[in-house]
Design a protein around this ligand. Structure first.
Ligand code: ADP
Ligand code: ASP
Ligand code: MG
Length: 441
C-alpha cells in the first residue's frame, strides 16, 4: 500500500477535491491510504474563533464560525448532503459558547477547537470520492492516532497507533477500499482530543505509513516539490529532484514549511521513500526523499526562518566561570524555550530563539548573572547539503557571495549537513537571491 497526503490547498474546494479524486483513482492499484488536511485556511480560522470566544468576543466568534460553516456548505453543495456536517457544526457552536463562559483557551481546549478542520475535511473528501465513483470509506483518525497528552504538540504512541491502524484501516485497504482519514488530529488513550502541532498532517501520513509498512509516502501540496529555496522569499527557486532523508529533515527543521519537521523520522526508521508532489500539476516530477540521493552541486537547498530574536549574554564576572553555560541553558529550559543557534566566546554567549513568549522572565533571571541584550527582527539562513563539511573553502565561497550583507552570527559543525548564519530580516531576500545565484545556477 501507499500513503497519499493532501494538504489544505489541495482540498480547498469542490474543484480541488475533484482533482484529488482523479489523482487517487490513477493510483488505485497501489492501494492508497488517503490523509487530508483541513480545507484551505480552516485551522487558522478555528484558532481565531477559539481565541475570540475565550477573550469574551462571543459575537465575533459566532460570526467567524458562521462564515466557516457557509464555506463548507458551499463547497459541499454538489454532494447535496449538508446534513452530515450539521451535527459537527452544532457541537462546535456549543464549544464556542462554553469557551466564552470559561474565558480561557487552555491547550486542551485549543486542540478541541482545531480538530474540527480535519474532522470535517476527511468526511467531505470521503463523500466526494464516493460521489466521483471511488470505493471510499472514512476511518476516524481519533480512534487510530493515539498520542500522549502534550496538547498542541502531542507525540504519537507507536504501539497503540499501529494496533489501531491494523485493526481499523488495514482490513478496509485489503478489501480494496480507499481509506480516507484526517491528518493532524489524534486522541489520548482515554479519548481526549489532541493535535500533532501545526502542519502536522505530514507527520500523520508518515506515522500511518510506518504503521502499515507503506511502500511509499506521497505528500501532495501546492508547489512542484521541495524547492531550492522558500518560494515566498525567492520567486525563482527550482524543484530539487532528489534529496536524502537527513537533508530533508534539516531543511524542515530550519523552516522549509513544505514538510513538518518530524515527518521524516518514521520514514527513516522504516526506510520508506517520501515523494513530494504538486496536486495542481500532477505531471511534474516532484522530489524524491530517500536514504540515498545522487550527489548534486555544493548544496541541496537553502532554508530560512524569519522572526528570529538574538540574545547576547555577557558574564558580569571577568572570566566565564565553570557552570556558566549550564546555568544559562537551565533558565531557557525552565521556561520551555528552545534555543536554535549558539556562539560562545570566553565571556559571552549569543543565541537565537524563535519563540519569545517567555523571554521576559528569562531575561530577568539571566540578568542576575550576566548582562543581557535582546534584539529582534533577525533571520536564520541555512544552507543544507550532505557534503557541506568535507568541502574545503566552502565557507569562503558562501560569505564571498553575500559579502555586502552584515552577518551577525555563524554556525557550522554541529551537523555536517548545514552551514547557517544570522542576518537582519530585512537582508533576507537579498541574501537568498545572492546565494541562489552563486550556488544553484
Ligand atoms: P500543505 O498545506 O500542502 O501542507 P504548506 O503550506 O504547509 O502546504 O507547505 C507548502 C508551502 O511551503 C509552499 O507553498 C511554500 O510556500 C512553502 N515552502 C517553504 N520552503 C519551501 C521549500 N524549500 N520548498 C518548497 N516549498 C517551500
Ligand atoms: N490543518 C493543520 C494546520 O493547518 C495541519 C496541516 O495542515 O498539516 O496546521
Ligand atoms: Mg503543511
Amino acid at each position: 500500500m501507499i500513503v497519499m497526503k493532501f494538504g489544505g490547498s489541495s482540498v480547498e474546494s469542490a474543484a480541488a477535491i475533484e482533482r484529488v479524486a482523479k489523482i487517487v483513482a490513477g493510483r488505485r492499484r497501489e492501494r492508497p491510504l488517503v490523509i487530508v488536511s483541513a480545507m484551505a485556511k480552516t485551522t487558522d480560522r478555528l484558532v481565531e474563533i477559539g481565541e475570540s470566544a475565550a477573550a469574551g468576543r462571543r459575537a465575533k466568534a459566532l460570526r467567524l464560525l458562521e462564515a466557516l460553516r457557509e464555506f463548507h456548505d458551499r463547497e459541499t453543495a454538489a454532494l447535496g448532503e449538508q446534513e452530515i456536517l450539521r451535527p459537527i457544526f452544532e457541537e462546535l457552536t456549543e464549544l464556542v459558547h462554553g469557551l466564552a463562559v470559561l474565558g480561557e483557551l487552555t491547550p486542551r481546549a485549543r486542540d478541541a477547537v482545531m480538530s474540527y478542520g480535519e474532522r470535517l475535511s476527511s468526511l467531505i473528501v470521503a463523500r466526494y470520492f464516493a460521489h466521483f465513483g471511488l470505493l471510499a470509506v472514512h476511518v476516524d483518525s481519533q480512534r487510530c492516532m493515539i498520542t500522549d497528552d502534550r496538547h498542541t504538540q502531542a507525540q504519537p504512541l507507536d504501539a497503540p497507533t499501529r494496533a489501531r491502524m491494523k485493526k481499523l484501516a488495514a482490513p478496509q485497504i485489503a478489501a480494496g477500499k480507499i481509506v480516507v482519514m484526517g491528518g493532524f488530529i489524534g486522541a489520548t488513550r482515554s479519548g481526549v482530543t489532541t493535535t500533532l502541532g501545526r502542519g502536522g498532517s505530514d507527520y500523520s501520513a508518515a506515522i500511518f505509513g510506518a504503521a502499515l509498512g507503506a511502500k511509499r509516502i506521497e505528500i501532495w501540496t501546492d508547489v512542484d516539490g521541495v524547492l531550492t529555496a522558500d518560494p515566498r522569499v525567492y520567486a525563482h527557486a527550482k524543484p530539487v529532484p532528489q534529496i536524502s532523508f537527513e537533508e530533508a529533515a534539516e531543511l524542515a527543521y530550519f523552516g522549509a514549511k513544505v514538510l513538518h519537521p518530524a515527518t521524516i523520522l518514521p520514514a527513516i526508521e522504516k526506510n520508506i521513500p517520501v515523494q513530494v508532489l504538486n496536486s495542481r500539476r500532477p505531471e511534474a516530477k516532484g522530489t524524491r526523499i530517500a536514504r540515498r540521493a545522487a550527489a548534486a552541486g555544493q548544496f541541496r537547498a537553502i532554508a530560512c526562518k524569519r522572526n528570529i530574536t538574538l540574545v547576547d549574554i555577557t558574564s558580569t564576572r571577568m572570566l566565564m566561570a565553570y557552570g556558566f553555560l549550564a546555568r544559562i541553558f537551565q533558565v531557557f529550559a525552565a521556561h520551555h524555550t528552545s534555543v536554535d543557534m549558539i556562539a560562545t566566546t570566553e565571556v559571552s554567549v549569543s543565541l537565537t530563539v524563535d519563540d519569545t513568549r517567555h523571554l521576559k522572565p528569562i531575561v530577568a533571571e539571566l540578568q542576575r548573572i550576566a548582562r543581557v541584550e535582546v534584539s529582534g527582527g533577525k533571520a536564520i539562513v541555512c544552507l543544507v547539503g550532505d557534503n557541506v563539511r568535507p568541502t574545503p573553502g566552502i565557507s569562503g565561497r558562501v560569505f564571498t557571495a553575500i559579502r555586502d550583507v552584515n552577518v551577525i552570527m555563524i554556525s557550522q559543525g554541529a551537523s555536517e549537513r548545514n552551514l547557517s548564519f544570522v542576518i537582519a530580516e530585512t537582508d533576507l531576500p537579498r541574501a537568498v537571491r545572492l546565494l541562489h545565484e552563486a550556488f544553484f545556477k
